[in-house]
Ligand binder design. Structure first.
Ligand code: 13P
Length: 256
């Protein structure tokens, strides 16, 4: 078991992919698989905003839960194109991904902004799934742990309940590339993140720390067995029910 007492979470980040039809079919397939087996793993599906409602309906009554991919810091107001945490909650979401490296890169999101979003998310009753991770240049320079440490310190607001936080370690260079860090490097980073969290709050010992970046059915069991890896944040492989399920099965192996 990767951390005794922590139930793994496998989260699918669909990013800006799919269609209404695809969303319905993919979720129906996942729901059927979940109904037929009791994996000791929590499953979360995070579709693009326009499909949240469709996915919420398709997930209804199942053991899978729904998440958003971002939210605004404000509860409501004049913010064209943005989505409030309370709206996600209203549609049945239980979580929201925040500070993904694609948002940090595409939208210039700082860790300070991510912290403000996390605060808003938790205030609205959502779990904040906060993403951190170094670039390849930062790793090659030997700065990976320091970069991730700064992101953790600055992206998780002080005073927030650690029961409402999930951390995802996603090395930027492993996202969508088919490359993953060595098991030893994943173990070292997750150990570092665990130490940072527990130093801040005793509940840091039970915060789920996910690994993300080119997780596939073929490498999931090995990655999920690494100490302090408590599940996966999955991009490309979450768009196929068979692959996402295969990853959930891989996570289940280290949970049992
Ligand atoms: P891939 O699984 O496609 O590498 O994406 C990982 C990711 O960014 C999940 O948030």
């Amino acid at each position: 078991m990767s951390t005794p007492g922590i139930r793994p979470l496998v989260a699918g980040n669909w990013k800006m992919n799919g269609s209404r039809d695809m969303a319905r079919k993919l979720v129906a397939d996942l729901v059927a698989r979940a109904a037929g087996s009791e994996l000791p793993v929590d499953l979360l599906v995070c579709p693009p905003f326009p499909y949240l409602s469709v996915v919420a309906d398709a997930l209804s009554g199942s053991s899978l839960s729904l998440g958003g991919q971002d939210c605004h810091t404000a509860a409501a107001g004049a913010h064209t194109g943005d989505v409030a945490a309370a709206m996600l909650r209203d549609l049945g979401a239980g979580a929201v991904i925040l500070g993904h490296s694609e948002r940090r890169a595409d939208h210039g999101e700082s860790s300070g902004l991510v912290a403000a979003k996390a605060k808003a998310a938790v205030a609205a009753g959502l779990t904040a799934l906060v993403c951190v991770g170094e670039t390849e240049a930062q790793r090659n320079a030997g700065d990976a742990e320091k970069i991730v440490e700064n992101q953790i310190v600055e992206s998780i607001p002080s005073g927030i309940g650690f029961a409402d936080i999930v951390v995802a370690y996603e090395p930027v260079w492993a996202i969508g590339t088919g490359r993953t860090p060595t098991v030893a490097d994943v173990a070292a980073m997750h150990r570092h993140i665990r130490a940072l969290l527990t130093a801040r709050d005793p509940l840091g010992a039970v915060v789920r720390i996910l690994y993300g970046g080119s997780v596939k059915p073929g490498n999931a069991a090995e990655l999920m067995a690494v100490p302090e890896v408590n599940g996966a944040l999955v991009g490309g492989a979450s768009l196929k029910a068979e692959d996402f399920w295969g990853i959930a099965e891989g996570a289940a192996k280290s949970a049992s």
